[in-house]
Ligand binder design. Sequence first.
Ligand SMILES: *Cc1c(COP(=O)(O)O)cnc(C)c1O
Length: 460
Amino acid sequence: MKKNEIPYKIYLDEQEMPKQWYNVRADMQKKPAPLLNPGTLEPMTAEELAPVFCEELVQQELDNTTPYIDIPQEIQDYYKMYRPSPLVRAYCLEEKLQTPAKIYYKFEGNNTSGSHKLNSAIAQAYYAKKQGLVGVTTETGAGQWGTALSMACAYLGLDCDVYMVKVSYEQKPFRREVMRTYGAKVTPSPSMTTEVGKKILAEHPNTTGSLGCAISEAVEAAVTREGYRYVLGSVLNQVLLHQSVIGLEAKAALDKYGVVPDMIIGCAGGGSNLGGLISPFMGEMLRGERNYRFIAVEPASCPSLTRGKYVYDFCDTGMVTPLAKMYTLGSGFIPSANHAGGLRYHGMSPVISELFHQGLMEARSVEQTAVFEAAELFAKVEGILPAPESAHAIRVAMDEALHCKETGEEKTILFGLTGTGYFDMLAYEKFNDGVMSDYIPTDEDLEEGFAGLPNIPQNK
Ligand SMILES: *Cc1c(COP(=O)(O)O)cnc(C)c1O
């Protein structure tokens, strides 16, 4: 097609929005490994998961066979407030790079949480409400998930207790205030409000916290109180399921114009936006209908897919969660202090991990100054100030587009622009002042994290 035959933005009408989520596990021949009970090392049953998660979410977590799951009408209605999200043809970026590649991005930053996280937050809060619960507890790192969950809970009238990684709590006071405006209770983690928090503080009094610590505290706060359950914003199968709305919309929009991407690129923290974006395309590949390249992008300072081990590990630092088989750096791993770009979780979604292990997708790690260079250029030419997390995907999309320039190939690139970076100005400030540095962990650094892996038979 000639330029401008495809609009800058492809929108879907309301009636074209997905009415079902797509569960990629149904089309995987070899399924992701089940969560294990750390005591018995047997797969977690629905009964064992019920004290932690809402009933319907437990069903979704364990369902490896149903390909399409209805999106309840109430959730569809909430989605309509901020979806469909635009699919943008990056004509300006293509022009700037002088590339023959065609670049599209799916922009998930058009809501107050500033990211895709709201897609799962509203679903999880809905099922909690439906079950008659009082409230939910969770952790948040950079703050997008906590914000999204606060918004969803405010809408549905649920209590929302957020354990926020201490360093973010202090560095991102405005994120915290957004959450409080929506009625959430925000506690810096580790805290003295939980037993596991006290224990972590006794061992590491000066710790600035980590996602793994905050998860331990949030789980404890849920299971020790009547009427509360824990919810998680990434990694879990159920979260990837909800996020499939991203990929389904993107595919429907591309289909309207007969566009088929050659490669699909997403940043990977716990793997939820990437999993959601690629799901329907991966489904086609798993069913033998079409081939794509899928690229997961992670920070060089937290390289779970590119340098981690594919083993069973705890999802948290306090070792209170079930064991998940995933690419992991060890639940005690904390990225170096100069790391500013998000995506700092030690593990990776079991679905993404298994797909990667089977060779169905690629992974690449990038250094943060290169990420912020891409972010700056993107902001200038496409107008949107990206979240540092999203800029990892921009970096690799640009690298692939520049590669096309060398080879003259007219590849079609789709990437996930997961959110906006308005609350990440400390990181941008470092970059603008020229004091941002790169740190790639040494093998010895990584060994420290691996040393903390649970000692269990790994052939489970
Ligand atoms: C949370 C977040 C991510 C990373 O989480 P995934 O579960 O890997 O998708 C990426 N981008 C933004 C803007 C986020 O808020």
